[in-house]
Design a protein around this ligand. Structure first.
Ligand SMILES: Cc1cc2nc3c(=O)[nH]c(=O)nc-3n(C[C@H](O)[C@H](O)[C@H](O)COP(=O)(O)O)c2cc1C
Ligand code: SF4
Length: 519
C-alpha cells in the first residue's frame, strides 16, 4: 500500500508555508526513492499548528506533526514520520488536542480528514447521503426537515432557512435559482473559505438539496475574488460532481435536474448584502435594492431565488442525512445546531471552533482561545464582523446565541470574534467603523453615504479633543439617524460598533474617569 501524508492546501496553511513544505516532502521522498502520496487536505482549524502535517501509519493510525517548516522535513522523515514515531513537532492524534476534542463537528466533520477534491473520498465519508434522502422523501418533506432542524441563516441575520425555502417552494413552478453567498467579507471570518477549500462537495450537495427542495435547477456560488484557492477547489469539485452525474440533468439517477457554476466578485463588502450581490451577479454595479420585493419572490433575473450563506447550505447535508432532530437536539434557546466560531485578531489559539450554541463569550476567548497572543489582558472583542458591537470583559458571560447577543445590543453575525488587548484605543476603533462604512457604502441612501463621512469628521474632532461633549452629542444623534434611516444593514449597523465603544469604553472618548485632553 502506498504511504500517505496530508499537507494542508488550505489558504491559511499556505500563507504559513504549506506549499513549500509539500514540495520539500515531495523532493525528500523522491530523493529516497519512497512511494508516498501527498494529499493536500483542508485545515483542522488550529492555525497556530499550521502547517500541520498528518500521516497514516502502516497500522492505520493517523498522527500529526506541526508546525512544520521545510527545513524540518528531512529530520522528520529520518526520525520515522512515516511510521508515526514521536519526536520533535510530534502531536500524536490531533483529534485529542483539547481545542479539537471539545468541538462538536457537524458541518466541519470531514474538513482536514478527506482529500477535498476527491469525490470517492467524499462518498467514502458519508457524502451524498443527504441528497439521497432528499430525493427519497421529496421536495416538501425536505423543506420541512430543514425547517424542523431550526437552522437559521449563518450569513448574519439568522433568518430561519426553512421559512426562506418554503417561500421559494410556494412560488409558481418555473425558473428558480439557488444562490450561495460566499462573499465572506466580515473581519475575522474564514469558515466559508474553509468549507469551500476543505469540503467543497458538501456545499455542492447542500445547494443541490436546496434545488430539489424548492424546484430550482440552477445554482450560483458568488465567491469573493480574494479566495482563489476556494474558487479552484469549487471548480474542480463541480466538474467531478457533474462527471459523476451528481450535477446536470436527472441528478443521481433521479427525476430532478440541477447544475451550478462559480462566479467571482470584485472586492466590495456591500456585495455580500443579498440584493447587491444579485445586482453584481447580473453584471451591474453592486447597488442595494429596496425590499420588497424579497429575493425569495423576485431575486436573480427577477425569478424566485433562495440566497443562503455557505455555512447555511453546507449544514443541510448533515441535517438530511442524520435527521432534523439530530441537529435541533443541540443548541441554546432558538439558536439550534452548531456554529463554526472563528477566533481571530490578537488571540493565542486562533482558528475554527465548531460547537453547539450556548458556550459563553468568556469561555471562547479566555479558555478556548487562550487569551491574547501578546499575553496582555483582553480588553475588548468585536463579534460579528465590522458591523458587530464591541464587548468588554464585563459581558463575557453572554452565551453565544442570536437572542442573547441582540439583548446586549450586539450580534453574532457570521460567528467571527476579533480579540483586542489593553493597548487598543476604542475611539480609534469607532472612527474606523465610520471610515469603513464611508469607503464601502454603495451610495444609494443618504444616512449611510453622507452620515458615515460626517461620522469620520466628528470622530476626528472627538479624538483631537475639540468640543468633545458637543461632538459626542452629534455622534449619538448621527448614529441614531443612520440606524433608523439606512436602507440596509451596512449603514444601519455601523452605529453598533461606534455606540458600543462609547458605551463600554467612555474613557477612550474623554468621558468618565480620564480628564478631557484639550478642553
Ligand atoms: C453589508 C452587508 C454585507 C453582508 N455580507 C455577507 C456575506 O459576506 N456573506 C453572507 O453570507 N451574508 C452577508 N450578508 C447577509 C446577506 O444579506 C443575507 O442575509 C445572507 O446571505 C442570507 O443567507 P443566510 O440566510 O443563509 O444567512 C451581508 C449583509 C450586509 C448588510
Ligand atoms: S445603507 Fe449604505 S450600503 Fe446600504 S443601501 Fe444605504 S448607502 Fe447603500
Amino acid at each position: 500500500m502506498t504511504a500517505r501524508i496530508y499537507v494542508p492546501g488550505d489558504a491559511a496553511a499556505v500563507a504559513l508555508g504549506a506549499d513549500k513544505v509539500a514540495k520539500a516532502f515531495a523532493d525528500a521522498f523522491a530523493a529516497r526513492g519512497l512511494d508516498v502520496q501527498i494529499v493536500r487536505n483542508g485545515s483542522r482549524g488550529m492555525f497556530w499548528l499550521e502547517p500541520l502535517v498528518e500521516v497514516v501509519t502502516p497500522f492505520g493510525r493517523r498522527v500529526g506533526y506541526g508546525p512544520v517548516k521545510p527545513r524540518d522535513v528531512d529530520a522528520l522523515i529520518d526520525g520515522g514520520l512515516l511510521e508515526g514515531r514521536s519526536g520533535p513537532l510530534y502531536l500524536d492524534n490531533v483529534e485529542k488536542i483539547p481545542f479539537f476534542a471539545k468541538q462538536e463537528r457537524f458541518t466541519f466533520k470531514r474538513v482536514g480528514i478527506t482529500d477535498p477534491v476527491s469525490l470517492d473520498d467524499y462518498l467514502a465519508h458519508g457524502g451524498y447521503k443527504g441528497l439521497e434522502r432528499a430525493i427519497a422523501i421529496g421536495p416538501s418533506e425536505t423543506v420541512e426537515q430543514v425547517f424542523e432542524s431550526g437552522l437559521r441563516g449563518r450569513g448574519g441575520a439568522g433568518f430561519p432557512t426553512g421559512i426562506k425555502w418554503r417561500t421559494v417552494a410556494a412560488c409558481a413552478p418555473g425558473k428558480k435559482y439557488i444562490v450561495c453567498n460566499a462573499d465572506e467579507g466580515d473581519s475575522g471570518t474564514f469558515a466559508d473559505r474553509m468549507i469551500m477549500e476543505g469540503d467543497p462537495f458538501q456545499l455542492i450537495e447542500g445547494m443541490t438539496i436546496a434545488g430539489v427542495a424548492v424546484g430550482a435547477d440552477k445554482g450560483y456560488v458568488y465567491c469573493r475574488s480574494e479566495y482563489p484557492h476556494a474558487v479552484a477547489a469549487m471548480n474542480k469539485a463541480v466538474a467531478a460532481a457533474r462527471k459523476a452525474g451528481y450535477l446536470g440533468s436527472r441528478i443521481a439517477g433521479s427525476e430532478y435536474d440541477f447544475d451550478m457554476e462559480i462566479r467571482v466578485g470584485a472586492g466590495a463588502y456591500v456585495c455580500g448584502e443579498e440584493t447587491s450581490l444579485l445586482e453584481s451577479l447580473e453584471g451591474r454595479r453592486g447597488l442595494v435594492r429596496a425590499k420588497p420585493p424579497l429575493p425569495a419572490h423576485k431575486g436573480l433575473f427577477g425569478k424566485p431565488t433562495v440566497i443562503n450563506n455557505v455555512i447555511s447550505l453546507a449544514s443541510v447535508p448533515f441535517i438530511m442525512a442524520e435527521g432534523a432532530k439530530a441537529y435541533a437536539d443541540v443548541g441554546f434557546g432558538r439558536s439550534r445546531g452548531t456554529m463554526p466560531i472563528q477566533l481571530a485578531g490578537n488571540v493565542k489559539y486562533g482558528g475554527l471552533y465548531e460547537i453547539a450554541f450556548g458556550v459563553t463569550l468568556g469561555e471562547l476567548v479566555e479558555e478556548i482561545g487562550g487569551g491574547t497572543f501578546t499575553g496582555r489582558p483582553v480588553r475588548a472583542v468585536q463579534v460579528g464582523g465590522p458591523l458587530g458591537a464591541y464587548f468588554p470583559r464585563e459581558l463575557f458571560d453572554t452565551p453565544f446565541d442570536y437572542e442573547a447577543f441582540a439583548k446586549k445590543d450586539g450580534l453574532i453575525g457570521h460567528g467571527g470574534i476579533v480579540v483586542f488587548d489593553d493597548s487598543v484605543d476604542m475611539a480609534k476603533q469607532a472612527r474606523f467603523a465610520m471610515e469603513f462604512c464611508s469607503v464601502e457604502s454603495c451610495g444609494k441612501c443618504t444616512p449611510c453615504r453622507i452620515g458615515s463621512t460626517r461620522g469620520v469628521e466628528v470622530m476626528d474632532k472627538i479624538i483631537a479633543g475639540v468640543e468633545r461633549e458637543k461632538n459626542l452629542a452629534i455622534l449619538e444623534d448621527l448614529s441614531h439617524t443612520m440606524k433608523l434611516g439606512s436602507l440596509c444593514a451596512l449603514g444601519g449597523f455601523t452605529p453598533y460598533p461606534v455606540m458600543s465603544a462609547l458605551t463600554h469604553f467612555p474613557e477612550d472618548f474623554g468621558r468618565g474617569s480620564v480628564p478631557l485632553a484639550a478642553e
